[in-house]
Design a protein. Structure first.
Length: 327
């Protein structure tokens, strides 16, 4: 089976690698439509290397697959795919899927069998935006999607414990980050409980990214959750992470039990922080070691507890290939 692939291939990147890996995996040979200089300039807003340079780079790259291929110059989106009697299928990215539909419509008009279409998934950079040659040329990312600038992360809180926890985990996961501390628009109340805790973390994340235009908005909120099996309330901290494309991932940390006096106070309208500060005589304990630090005798502090919640929210992003829908 002969597969068609088309593009400018100004800079060969991770998205192109998936495109060609798919083409060579499903096909016995591949025909690559490479845009002419005139066509490339008409569709690109960044400088494009001359045709002969792009072709030479492409040949060197494609030789790794060990299967036959040929490169043809194309001057429009249809290329040779609309009229070829030897091409059986075409591999496209999500943004060029409509081109394949147009090509197949022309083939039907020409009395040719429609091509089988193999769409690949989008390949995104660290900032969740699609990897493209134009972004690489502009210096925004490298060919593997790594940002050429710090990742901008906004935290919907001015609590230093939360901000530090977010910085620590995002740095481990993504490298260089710039973390902003933002007071959220909406208040989740003095002491959220149950679902209000989860909604509060989401509201904080949304507020943070809306106010800053960051790559990620992060919201962290802790609250009491009633467990009917145990007949007890457990404190559980939730983290919501929203990226610039609107995708949200959520996770939570371990649950632990507060002293009965604290639980009673919360159920009567008080707060964990005020009651624990009264018990421990530590002012603003939630902005320091946290209640869990005191209750665990220092074996874990609130920063470490928050880090777990943040990490759990990032898991679908760290192993994103396992969570993304199959095209």
């Amino acid at each position: 089976m002969k597969i068609a692939v088309g593009g400018t291939f100004n800079v060969i990147h991770k998205g192109h690698e998936l495109l060609f890996e798919t083409a060579f995996r499903v096909g016995d040979s591949v025909e690559v439509g490479l845009t002419s200089d005139e066509f490339a300039k008409s569709i690109k807003s960044v400088p494009v290397a001359p045709y002969f340079q792009r072709k030479a780079s492409l040949i060197k790259f494609l030789e790794r697959y060990g299967k036959p291929f040929n490169i043809v110059m194309i001057s429009d989106i249809k290329g040779t795919a609309a009229t070829s009697e030897t091409i059986d299928a075409i591999v496209v990215s999500p943004e060029t899927k409509e081109h394949a539909d147009q090509i197949n419509e022309l083939r039907r008009r020409n009395g040719l069998k429609p091509l089988k279409v193999y769409p690949i998934k989008e390949v995104r950079a660290d900032d969740t935006m699609v990897i493209s040659s134009s972004r690489i040329v502009k210096g925004e990312i490298d060919k593997d999607g790594r940002l050429m600038r710090p990742l901008k992360v906004a935290v919907g809180s001015t609590n230093r414990v939360k901000v530090d926890a977010v910085r620590n985990i995002f740095t481990q996961a993504f490298g260089l980050v710039e973390v902003l501390s933002i007071e959220p628009n909406q208040s989740v109340g003095k002491q959220p409980r149950e679902e209000r805790t989860i909604k509060g973390s989401i509201e904080r994340a949304k507020s943070a990214i809306e106010k800053t235009g960051a790559d990620f908005g992060v919201g962290v909120e802790a609250g009491l959750f009633y467990n009917s099996v145990l007949n007890k309330h457990l404190d559980i901290q939730y983290c919501a992470v929203i990226d610039s494309s609107g995708k949200m991932t959520v996770g939570h940390g371990p649950g632990f039990e507060y002293p009965p006096k604290v639980v009673r106070s919360v159920l009567e309208g008080g707060t964990v922080g005020d009651t624990m500060s009264e018990i421990t005589e530590i002012e603003e304990i939630g902005h320091k070691m946290g209640s869990v630090g005191y209750l665990s005798d220092g074996m874990i502090d609130r920063t470490s507890l928050t880090e777990i919640a943040v990490l759990m929210a990032l898991i679908p992003r760290i192993k994103k290939e396992l969570y993304e829908p199959v095209p």
